[in-house]
Design a binder for this molecule. Structure first.
Ligand code: ADP
Ligand code: MG
Length: 302
């Protein structure tokens, strides 16, 4: 009787040990596969479109960005998050040539943007929207988008004034393109309305349309969902995904976590001008330093 019990017990122990061992092996394999997949992704399908190298910018005594390194890969949505004053908008301002870096550099397709004028940066493929909407209020929605397409015009002002054939052709092409973009963003029905009379949500979308008018490779969106209700946020998230799927690369500053987690391919986190995390959304979400930065207290302090 005791013998039988002993055999059962021994078997139970052996099975448990085996299960634990197999579990460990599986975990190891999972980890390995995870690393392999990410390396493959990194090497085969990703091309760096924009790179910030050791980017530092100071204003008087304030270091808005402190030796930030960041890569943005072709075709991804990279969310740039962080508490207020972390330096997110400053990244946009340096990348678009509004501010000059104190040290470090920005590269687009491995070409340094150092010393480049704003309109030139727009022309080579970087467009942005602003945290506070900046549209031409007295122009129609369509005209606002046409101003975007104008950056690639080859005919000058005189050609336009005298109705030269190239100017006429370019103007027509600009209008067609602008309508296409308004349709793509889903606001073409407002094309003839003055921008200042448009509902707030449409104005925010129009900003994106105008930026797309410049035919960018990289689209920088600064808090595009600010002031949106949940339904508008969902709609915007779909639009941003659609933009990415159409081949644009998107760098997105946003506060709404569910929006970010829902659409981003990667998330980079700034805190007091320093990059504290840069990874897959699910990894960043559970990062201790990120949680601390947002809560303002150490994550393990009660
Ligand atoms: N033009 C400027 N002059 C002085 N300080 C600035 C200027 N622009 C940004 N800053 C400072 O740089 C820091 C980062 O600002 P910002 O990039 O706007 O933060 P975020 O967009 O993450 O909220 C803040 O401390 C801000 O006050
Ligand atoms: Mg900002």
């Amino acid at each position: 009787m005791y013998n039988v019990l002993f055999v059962y017990l021994a078997m139970a122990v052996l099975i448990s040990i085996d299960t634990i061992r197999r579990d460990r092996i599986q975990k190891g394999k999972d980890q390995e596969r995870y690393v392999q997949e990410r390396t493959l992704l990194g090497q085969k399908t990703k091309r760096v479109l924009l790179e910030l190298k050791n980017l530092t910018i100071t204003f008087g005594g304030v270091t808005a960005l402190n030796a930030v390194n960041l890569k943005i890969y072709q075709g991804e949505i990279l969310a740039l998050i962080g508490p207020n004053g972390a330096g997110k908008t400053t990244v946009f301002n340096v990348v678009t040539g509004v501010y000059r870096a104190t040290s470090g550099e920005v590269l687009l397709n491995e070409q340094s943007l150092d010393g480049m004028k704003r309109h030139h940066i727009t022309k080579i493929g970087i467009a942005r929207t602003f945290q506070n909407i900046r549209l031409f209020g007295d122009m129609t929605a369509l005209e606002n988008v046409i101003t975007g397409t104008d950056v690639h015009k080859r005919s000058g002002l005189l050609g336009g004034l005298f109705g030269m054939p190239r100017a006429r052709r370019e103007e027509k092409a600009g209008r067609v393109k602008a309508h296409e973009i308004l349709q793509f963003i889903g606001i073409d029905e407002y094309s003839d309305r003055l921008a200042r009379n448009l509902p707030y949500g449409v104005q925010r979308r129009l900003e994106i349309a105008r930026a797309l008018g410049t035919n960018p490779q990289l689209l920088l969106l600064d808090e595009p969902a600010a002031g949106f209700n949940p339904a508008e946020k969902v709609e915007l998230a779909n639009t941003i995904k659609k933009i990415r799927d159409a081949g644009y690369t998107v760098l997105l500053i946003e506060h709404d976590m569910s929006l970010i987690m829902g659409i981003s391919d990667r998330v980079a986190v700034l805190d007091f001008g320093q990059k504290i995390a840069d990874d897959l959304p699910s990894v960043v979400q559970n990062d201790k330093r990120v949680i601390e930065a947002y809560l303002g207290v150490p994550a393990d302090a009660s």
